[in-house]
Design a protein around this ligand. Structure first.
Ligand code: NAD
Length: 489
């Protein structure tokens, strides 16, 4: 049984137990993993601290660490089927989607491996001929990396790759629901040459393991992806020792369709925007905001197509999307739909938990459309993180922008229009970290990802995703010191 990787070795838990991971699609047992204890988390932090303080990892030329990331990418590519299978079984998502995810993980390691050694800081022009002033980078130190269950290894890669490139050591805690690929990754990193103690893993729950990783004084930085309430708790936990805290939290993401849009394309993408991975996507386009004049045409078509989306397990070739992650999560999603209806929304399709046949064995929830929504509704304000589309209408560009920005979150959004000026105007006005024009969901590791407002702090991916794991240091050298006698002799 695995789950605890300390100082380059698989270890037995100190006082922890075990957890059975089962597939959300049908409840079959996947594997047993270590359910780590607080003592395990403390030991992992100690291992990461010792490795960091030895100085040898940070002292390596960045290029060499980058080569390890490139090797990691090659090994992940070699073992793609194994990784994708593990990810599909943990999450219940379709195997083919899990394969896409592993491709994205490979791309992330390749990107950070590829930029190694390309930015060593800068020389500052002080105007003083007797001074050399340089800005250089140093690793932050020991990083706690805490990740969710929806894109398990992808969220891990966005943290592990830049953290390693910058010369940090880390303790990783994946979601207790989906730990399998994080376990596999430890062996891959070791095979790629990452030294003992640099990469450490503790599987287990948030309150037990995560809480230690967020508060241990020997941790310098916490990088967290997950829900808003947990993110707030992590900020509070880190405050006692002024840790650097970066947060990738949820979203309540608008998808705006103007009357001049390519309607057929907009409808097609609106479905993927929210129903991909059954809505368990932080950037899901859950809020459809459509020109009032287009409402009936767009919504009738979406409802009819949503009702035909086929649900099924990871290896069901006919399936178009999979289950939700757990019974508890499905109950939460259903409660949002019920709240929406109670507050006046019109349930156009979905909203009923399947109780017959194969689907009754998993945590399935049908694609659901709530029409006639208004801004005060709970289902508009809070993230359901499920396959739930809400529909709002507007009659002017400024109203569309106002509705889309009326959220505590600010992660992502899209605008559909054939008017290039309007597209740029609206994209500029949206208070969201990513804006797609006539598209939904694409991202590349070269471009930053993150949120405005309560969608988080800091950015992942791109050069900024690396700078989050760097301290910035100013080194000043006086090349010809001579007394100044500010205070007379
Ligand atoms: P979650 O907050 O319940 O859990 C995330 C991680 O935090 C898990 O590993 C969990 O064990 C751990 N955790 C829980 N309590 C903790 C505590 N007190 N201290 C430390 N760690 C703790 O979130 P989830 O349900 O796993 O994931 C869904 C959420 O993640 C959604 O809100 C989604 O929007 C968000 N998300 C955001 C992004 C993004 O890029 N912004 C990406 C993916 C998911």
């Amino acid at each position: 049984m695995r789950g605890l990787y300390l100082a380059g070795r698989w270890a037995a838990s100190d006082g922890g137990g075990s957890r059975l991971i089962s597939c959300p699609a049908d409840g079959t047992a996947v594997r047993s993993v270590v359910e780590g204890s607080a003592a395990d988390a403390t030991a992992a932090v100690a291992a990461a601290r010792t490795a960091f303080d030895s100085g040898s990892w940070a002292a390596l030329p960045e290029k060499q660490r980058g080569e390890m990331l490139l090797r990691t990418a090659d090994l992940l590519h070699r073992d793609k089927a194994r990784y994708a299978r593990a990810e599909a079984l943990d999450t219940g998502k379709r195997f083919v989607e899990a394969e896409y995810d592993i491709d994205d993980v490979v791309a992330c390691f390749r990107y950070y491996g590829g930029i190694a050694g390309t930015d060593a800081g800068r020389v500052v022009d002080t105007g003083n001929p007797h001074a050399i002033s340089r800005i250089v980078y140093a690793p932050v130190g020991v990083c706690s990396l805490i990740t969710p269950w929806n894109y398990p290894l992808l969220q891990v890669s966005w943290k592990v790759a830049p953290a390693l490139l910058a010369g940090n050591t880390f303790v990783l805690k994946p979601s207790e629901l989906t730990p399998s690929t994080a376990i596999l990754l430890m062996d891959t990193l070791t095979e790629a040459g990452v030294p003992a103690g640099v990469a450490n893993l503790v599987t287990g729950s948030g309150p037990e393991v995560g809480a230690v990783l967020a508060s241990d004084p020997r941790v310098d930085m916490v990088s967290f992806t997950g829900g808003l309430a947990t993110g707030k708790a992590i900020m509070v936990a880190g405050a006692a020792t002024v840790k650097k805290v970066t947060l990738e939290l949820g979203g309540k993401n608008p998808n705006i369709i103007f009357a001049d849009a390519d309607v057929e394309a907009a409808i097609d993408y609106a479905l993927t925007a929210v129903f991909l991975h059954s809505g368990q996507v932080c950037s899901a386009g859950a809020r459809l905001i459509v020109d009032a004049g287009l409402h009936d045409r767009v919504v009738d078509e979406i409802v009819s197509r949503a009702a035909r989306i086929r649900l099924g397990g990871p290896f069901d070739d006919a399936a178009q999307t999979g289950p939700l992650i757990s019974a508890a999560h499905r109950a939460k999603v259903h409660a949002y739909v019920e709240a929406g209806v109670a507050e006046g929304a019109v349930l156009r399709t979905g909203g009923i938990i399947p109780t017959d046949g194969e689907l009754s064995k998993g945590f399935y929830y049908p694609p659901t459309v709530l029409d006639g929504c208004t801004r005060g509704m709970t289902v508009i304000r809070e993230e359901s993180f499920g396959p739930v589309m809400t529909v709002e209408t507007f009659t002017s560009e400024s109203e569309a922008i106002e509705i889309a920005n009326d959220t505590d979150y600010g992660l992502a959004g899209a605008v559909w229009t054939s008017d290039a000026s309007r597209a740029q105007r609206v994209a500029g006005a949206l208070r969201h970290g990513t804006v797609w024009i006539n598209d939904y969901h694409p991202y590349v590791p070269q471009a930053e990802w993150g949120g405005f407002g309560q969608s988080g702090n800091g950015r992942e991916l791109g050069p900024t995703g690396l700078s989050e794991y760097r301290e910035i240091k100013h080194i000043w050298q006086n090349t010809s010191p001579a007394p100044q006698y500010w205070f007379p002799r």
